[in-house]
Design a protein around this ligand. Structure first.
Ligand code: 5AD
Ligand code: SF4
Length: 446
């Protein structure tokens, strides 16, 4: 039996799509390889969000294809955002690549593998305005947490972002289809779902996702996104709901009420801010100001004091001055982020900002990046210290990667907790723990 392995870069949506593709291959009679070295088929799922992400995938493909000398029958394929972006030209860069599959036709994977086995190269691309095939939930044995994509693409067109070009226009899956998928997952033992979408709070705003046949919302929610969250919370067996990523425009009174009232909705929001300078935000075309963002954070924290808020930041956007940067620093302090992912600006072909001079030097980007990381370390440690002595319900994940004698799990606020597992504890069990120690990114419990 031929075996396969995936090498996935990028966001959770890619992780989910690798899972779906792996499932299709299993259904077609292929088997998961014990490791990449032994795999007959290796598929790289790629990300285009920054130049570095693409360089990594290209490097990996080059390496895999050069090893075809030792593994002449090995098949190497590419899927994801970079395949969508580069199209045909990927075969000039990586001539020995067997196939490339775009973001809206992941289901072509089996066909592409079979064609490669017959010696044929495949490029599978679907126009981005075309509706992708419906996905369905599938899990592996013992899986207690699953990703569910509810919204594809993005219409926001932030000036730096490649996503609309590689994932197309926003398209929301019908609520019924999503709810049916979560029901299936729950029957298979899933307790936690993470809903995915690049601009997830826009769910159902462009195309109707509920029909007149759908039952009305018991909580009286009118906006499609809170209404969907409420419907998922009503599914027996689902104990935790997460979603990503947010935008301040989606921090509506309805969503805030749901955070406050629905215990299954985890107390965590990933709310990328990108910059703390209104001037830069406007050049990024983010659709909010510094004050608008901080106001959304304040409303959330007021209604849900225990909520954790995390963010993404871009440093060195074209024209970012020292004073813009200092505004980002001070916004991060004011927002009291629990965690932050900081990225150095990378011009992406075809985006608006790529036509502007990339005028902050690499050195300066690194300096700003490091300052924000150091600030966040101090802030994260401080935020986590406030939790010492508190009791936290933790979803146990399994033995910790660093220290096998300990286990790790997550709080509702998505913080990692390291603890000693009592006898009989299994992955996917809930356990109440008292926090005794805190580090910037980790909590420790007895
Ligand atoms: N350069 C650097 N970072 C970027 N991101 C998106 N586009 C770029 C870019 N061109 C970051 C944003 C986004 C995260 C997923 O990646 O912070 O939220
Ligand atoms: Fe990367 Fe964005 Fe594509 Fe996710 S959607 S893989 S972050 S480019």
């Amino acid at each position: 039996m031929l075996t396969f392995a995936f090498h996935t870069y990028g966001c959770q949506m890619n992780v989910r799509e690798s899972e779906a593709a792996a499932h299709a291959l299993l259904d077609a009679g292929f088997a998961l390889a014990p490791n990449e070295e032994l795999a007959d088929i290796i598929i790289v799922n790629s990300c285009s969000v920054r130049g570095k992400a693409e360089d990594k995938a290209l490097g990996k493909l080059g390496l895999l294809c050069s090893r075809k000398r030792e593994h002449p029958n090995r098949i190497v394929g590419l899927m994801g955002c970079m395949a969508q972006r580069l199209g045909e030209s990927i075969f000039q860069r990586v001539p020995r690549l067997d196939f490339a599959i775009g973001t809206r036709c992941t289901e072509r994977i089996v066909q592409a593998v079979n064609a490669a086995l017959a010696g044929k190269q495949t490029l599978a691309l679907r126009a981005l305005h075309e509706r992708p095939d419906a996905s369905s939930g599938h899990v592996v044995d013992g899986q207690f947490s699953a990703y569910v994509t509810i919204l594809l693409g993005c219409n926001r067109r932030c000036t730096y972002c490649i996503v609309p070009d590689v994932r197309g226009n926003e398209w929301s899956r019908p609520a019924r289809e999503v709810i049916a998928e979560v029901r299936v997952l729950s029957k298979q033992g899933v307790k936690e779902v993470t809903l995915l979408g690049q601009s997830i709070m826009n769910y159902g705003l462009r195309t109707p996702v509920f029909t007149n046949d759908d039952p009305p919302s018991p909580g009286g929610y009118v906006l499609p996104f809170p209404r969907l969250l409420e419907a998922i919370a009503a599914i027996p067996g689902i104990e935790r709901i997460r979603f990503t990523s947010g935008h301040p425009a989606g921090v509506t009174p309805e969503l805030i009420r749901l955070f406050a009232e629905e215990p299954k909705l985890c107390k965590h929001l990933h709310l990328p801010v990108q910059s703390g300078s209104t001037r830069v935000l406007s050049r990024m075309r983010r659709g909010y100001t510094r004050d608008g963002y901080l106001e959304a954070v304040a409303r959330l924290r007021h209604a849900v004091p225990e909520i954790a808020i995390t963010t993404d930041i871009i440093v060195g956007f074209p024209g970012e001055t020292e004073s813009d940067f200092q505004e980002t620093r001070s916004l991060m302090n004011a927002a009291e982020f629990d965690n932050a992912f900081i990225f150095k600006y990378s011009p992406r072909p075809g985006t608006v900002s790529a036509t502007w001079e990339d005028d902050v030097s690499e050195e300066e980007k690194s300096r700003r990046n490091q300052i924000l990381l150091d600030d966040q370390d101090v802030r994260g440690a401080f935020r986590n210290q406030q939790l010492i002595g508190s009791s936290q319900r933790v979803l146990a994940e399994g033995p910790s990667l660093r220290n096998k004698s300990k286990w790790s799990g997550r709080t509702s606020s998505n913080k990692i907790v390291i603890f000693t597992a009592p006898k009989g504890l299994q992955s996917g069990d809930f356990i109440d723990l008292t926090i005794v120690r805190a580090a910037p990114q980790t909590l420790y419990a007895d």
